[in-house]
Design a protein around this ligand. Structure first.
Ligand SMILES: Nc1nc2c(ncn2[C@@H]2O[C@H](COP(=O)(O)OP(=O)(O)O)[C@@H](O)[C@H]2O)c(=O)[nH]1
Ligand SMILES: [Mg+2]
Length: 438
């Protein structure tokens, strides 16, 4: 799915990450490339333009450019905006209390309606519903036969009648459901190769007479803007409730998936990912964005890094460390930053030079962190700046105030001394290889 699009975007990001520091020009150039890639994937021109403008505005923010990982931050912004583009949250299929709930499928010929009818039938059956399929595509005998075969395959009844109009078949299917205790009717309607008035009027009449719970527009995901233009016309005529993208298993270019939501303002609810009847998935914008960007954990990682100290803060700290002015207050601030990034032991173990003997005696489990915080919280600002003034009676006060033992306070002060020592050692090695804040 979207392999071509993913590969091209990855190429742009690689270049972006290659720059240690980013300038506004780097960002603009990269976004121009992203726009070109989107257009090549047949994303609607206006959608691409709006998308790039949104990313650009956020990416050029001072915070991003000054952060330690500007390239990654921008990828994260692009990810977020892709999610926005595709709909932010999942919108489930509606099944009402009505008997029956009606799901009406609409779309051009070949978009995948009949196949989808079978998939939905199976999907609902597995959920404990009793669906029927309704052959409302009456103009081609082969179409009725196709649906009947689908019904046999998934063992769901098919309502058809060669002599009735599409509307009448739908109405009699509703009666059938009520009589036989079927709670969902799936209407497989006729499509044309192009939109025409007769087809639209027929769909409108079915809509008016049966009042469907859910009208789905079925779009071929392999196409791009074509699908979007058709969707818009269907929306104007019929005002559907949701979109299903089919054939997402092939080399879908991405254009339809990325544009259709914004152009129609209707949610993508399901995606169809194969010819087999179980190849149906709920659409998750978030996961789709990650898939397009070919990133799994990167998003969470970047989110963590986002919380971390920015360059300026890191530089300030470095200066302090060099002058050996590192205080308990700094220690505390650093702990806050680090805490945001995850388990302490994991982060500390990633520090160059942090392995082996240097770390001995420096206990960094997260439970200890809570205690450390409490203890430092109970210190006065002066004590935090000049820990050597913390004598016996101060230690007693701090332990009482923080609900810890005097031993705990002693241990922290000892650890802090060790930490200062460690910092001196690191000072000798140099800061170059050290990540943020250390
Ligand atoms: N690969 C793939 N093919 C599909 C998918 N959905 C439908 N098709 C194929 O697309 C063609 C048209 O599907 P059909 O359901 O008859 O479309 P309809 O004219 O809208 O009813 C058929 O050959 C299907 O097998 C899908 O999700 N993936
Ligand atoms: Mg069909």
């Amino acid at each position: 799915m979207f392999q071509d699009l993913s590969e091209k975007l990855e190429g742009v990001f690689k270049k972006l990450r290659g720059h240690g520091k980013l300038t506004e020009k780097n960002v603009s150039d990269a976004l121009k490339e992203v726009r070109r890639v989107l257009l090549e994937a047949d994303v609607n021109y206006k959608v691409a333009k709006t998308f790039i403008a949104a990313v650009q505005e956020r990416a050029l923010g001072q915070k991003v450019l000054k952060s330690i990982t500007p390239g990654q931050q921008i990828v994260k912004i692009i990810h977020d905006e892709l999610v926005n583009l595709m709909g932010r949250s999942d919108v489930p299929l509606k099944i009402s209390g009505a008997i029956p709930s009606i799901i009406m499928l609409s779309g051009l010929q070949g978009s995948g309606k009949t196949t989808l009818a079978g998939k939905l039938g199976l999907f609902l059956k597995k959920k404990g519903h009793k669906p029927v399929l309704v052959a409302a595509d009456i103009y081609r005998p082969a179409a009725v036969r196709q649906l009947e075969i689908v019904g046999e395959n998934i063992d769901v009844p098919v309502i058809s009648d060669g002599k009735k109009s599409a509307v009448d078949i739908c109405l009699s299917a509703v009666d059938f459901c009520r009589e036989h205790g079927h709670d969902v009717a799936i209407f497989d309607t006729a499509g044309r190769l192009h939109i025409d008035e007769a087809m639209m009027n027929e769909l409108l009449e079915i809509k008016k007479k049966t009042n469907p719970t859910e009208i789905l527009f079925v779009a071929d995901g392999m196409t791009g803007q074509d699908a979007v233009n058709t969707a818009k016309e269907f929306q104007n005529w019929l005002d559907f409730d949701g979109i299903v993208l089919t054939k997402m298993d092939g080399d879908a270019r991405g254009g339809a998936a990325l544009s259709i939501r914004m152009v129609t303002n209707k949610p993508i609810k399901l995606i169809s990912t194969g010819e087999k009847f179980d190849a149906l998935e709920t659409f998750h914008p978030e996961r789709m964005a990650s898939r397009i960007l070919g990133m799994g954990d990167v998003v969470t990682l970047v989110e963590k890094a986002q919380e971390a100290v920015d360059r300026e803060q890191a530089a300030k700290l470095e200066k302090k460390l060099r002058r050996q002015q590192f205080t308990l207050q700094d220690f505390y601030d650093q702990l806050q930053q680090i805490k945001k990034m995850g388990p302490l032991s994991q982060i500390v173990s990633m520090l160059p030079g942090a392995q082996g003997k240097m770390m001995k005696g420096l206990d960094v489990d997260d439970g200890a962190l809570v205690k450390i915080e409490a203890i430092i919280n109970s210190m006065t600002p002066e004590e935090r700046q000049r820990p050597h003034i913390i004598d016996g009676s101060r230690r007693k006060r701090i332990s009482r105030g923080s609900g810890t033992s005097i031993q705990d306070v002693n241990q922290l002060l000892k650890q802090f001394k060790m930490m200062q020592k460690m910092m001196k050692n690191i000072n000798k090695i140099g800061f170059k290889g050290l990540p943020i804040g250390f």
